[in-house]
Design a protein around this ligand. Structure first.
Ligand code: GAR
Length: 214
């Protein structure tokens, strides 16, 4: 008796701008037995991003779409969209991708594009989250995986991970602890999507048919 075929893995494209530690956690997860997704491409807007080396090392196709090569945001978005489309992805994952995407590109991937942000959204949208958390003497901090919508860091929340802020924390020590949490929650959220357990319905993310309420 032959075993039923496993469904083909979910095709994931990862966008990076820098160090790529989240990309690494996703590549590592993709190597685990019976993982439901594969990373089919990595794209960076920064030619020197270390994430490109990580992709090379993992044998994953990678390329650069440098934002400075384009006269306008729209032209960059069109080139980036074409580069993404070439991989025919099921899911686009922003992992430390530091460019704001336009409505057309986001709209083309509604419900199929995720981001990770280093705060407990809706708190601390935007940049320098760790410094702002310390300045506010906040007790709790963390990271959020969310579906991408045109408004910055505002999409429906999928999963959050928390860390306590310590009295002697610096922005760097806090960033490091938040990153450890990110490396847990991002591969988990991608796995849920790949297993078809996660979806976006209207303005809400659903897991196993139930709305996610952070
Ligand atoms: C991560 O902490 C991620 O949450 C953040 O950039 C870092 C990238 O680290 N993303 C944003 O700030 C997006 N608004 P990595 O390159 O080592 O994965």
């Amino acid at each position: 008796m032959s075993l039923p075929d496993r469904p083909s893995p979910c095709r994931v494209v990862v966008l990076v701008s820098g160090h790529g530690s989240n990309l690494q956690s996703i590549l590592d997860k993709a190597q685990t037995p019976a993982c439901a997704f594969e990373v089919v491409g990595v794209i960076s807007n920064e030619p020197t991003a270390h994430g490109l080396k990580r992709a090379d090392h993992a044998g994953v196709a990678n390329n650069i779409v440098h934002h400075l090569d384009f006269e306008s945001r729209d032209a960059f978005d069109r080139a980036l969209g074409a580069a993404i489309d070439r991989h025919q992805p099921d899911l686009v994952v922003l992992a430390g991708f530091m460019r704001i995407l336009g409505t057309a590109l986001v709209g083309a991937y509604t419900g199929r594009m995720m981001n990770i942000h280093p705060s407990l959204l809706p708190e601390y949208r935007g940049l320098n989250t760790h410094t702002r958390v310390l300045a506010d003497s906040a007790r709790c901090h963390g990271a959020t995986v969310h579906f991408v919508v045109p408004a910055l860091d505002a999409g429906p929340i999928i999963l959050q991970g928390r860390v306590l802020v310590m009295p002697d924390d610096t922005p760097e020590s806090l960033a490091e602890r938040v990153r450890q949490v990110e490396h847990q929650i991002y591969p988990t959220a991608i796995t849920w999507f790949a297993q078809k357990r996660l979806s976006l319905v209207g303005q809400c993310a659903y897991l196993d048919g139930l709305p996610i309420t952070p």
